[in-house]
Design a protein around this ligand. Structure first.
Ligand SMILES: Nc1nc2c(c(=O)[nH]1)N[C@H]1C(S)=C(S)[C@@H](COP(=O)(O)O)O[C@H]1N2
Ligand SMILES: [Mo]
Length: 159
């Protein structure tokens, strides 16, 4: 159930409802250093951000929400993992079921109170694996939910 090329809008992607594995750990691939395994426990040690009024706006399957997602901003995770001032152009986020999206450095650095998040919680409760743990939340995307990637397995940082 992959798709980079999913046309939007409208799109006819059927979202996968079944977690590809039970383990929510994921790997960050960085230029110039070894891949780094990221656990949910580690994410909880980083500064937490909450973003309310988030909707999963699915074309064809209806809209769900509003949700208040909690987690670490993508910017915050990269700050923790990369040398200061490290220059990257984009991040590719992939799930265990082969779903993916690209995020540009400009989107990550955008000054906004609705930043891109790696969510581990929803509405005050831990996000369950079947709800997408760890889930990428791109609040600016409201057009098919193609960037609201569940079950992140790999983040690849491109120099
Ligand atoms: N890993 C993964 N993430 C995914 C998808 C998927 O198939 N696999 N589908 C996307 C699409 S098209 C939609 S509409 C939403 C559905 O999210 P929900 O299952 O939380 O309602 O997840 C998005 N994220
Ligand atoms: Mo969707």
């Amino acid at each position: 159930m992959s798709n980079n090329d999913d046309p939007l809008p409208p799109h006819i992607h059927d979202p996968n409802l079944h977690p590809p594995s039970t383990n929510p750990d994921f790997v960050v691939v960085r230029p110039g250093s070894a891949p780094r395994l990221i656990t949910v426990q580690y994410l909880h040690t980083l500064p937490q951000t909450r973003i309310g009024q988030c909707y999963i706006v699915s074309t064809g399957h209806g809209t769900s929400g509003p949700f208040r997602f909690q987690g670490v901003t993508l910017k915050g995770l990269l700050t923790a993992l990369l040398p200061a001032g490290f220059d990257y152009t984009r991040v590719e986020a992939r799930s265990g079921d082969g779903f993916s999206t690209r995020i540009s450095a400009a989107e990550i650095h955008l000054e906004t109170d609705r930043p891109i998040l790696l969510a581990t919680g929803r509405d005050g409760l831990p996000l369950r694996r079947d709800q997408g743990l760890v889930r990428l939340i791109v609040p600016q995307e409201t057009d098919g939910a193609l960037r609201q990637v569940k079950w992140i397995a790999n983040l690849t940082i491109r120099a």
